[in-house]
Design a protein. Structure first.
Length: 78
């Protein structure tokens, strides 16, 4: 599929055809990852991370201990 690169402010932009946006469930405001690979531009949709995804990244090596912010003050005291 052919598309034209056009000036957009101080950058360049490209329009993504509606068929591709529907196929990949992209909409206005969707976040994508853009990279270069072997002289090609690669655009991949970024999936929203769930809490489960983020927690799966916690390991014994990167977990930290509790933080102590001192004694309760003000309305924190019940």
């Amino acid at each position: 599929m052919e598309a034209k690169i056009q000036k957009w402010g101080n950058s360049l932009g490209i329009r993504i055809p509606i068929g591709i946006t529907k196929e990949l469930s992209l909409k206005n405001g969707s976040i994508v990852d853009i990279s270069e690979n072997s002289n090609q531009i690669v655009i991949k949709p970024k999936k929203k991370r769930t809490l489960e995804d983020l927690l799966s990244l916690v390991t014994d090596e990167n977990i930290h201990g509790e933080f102590d912010f001192g004694k309760p003050v003000g309305k924190e005291i019940l």
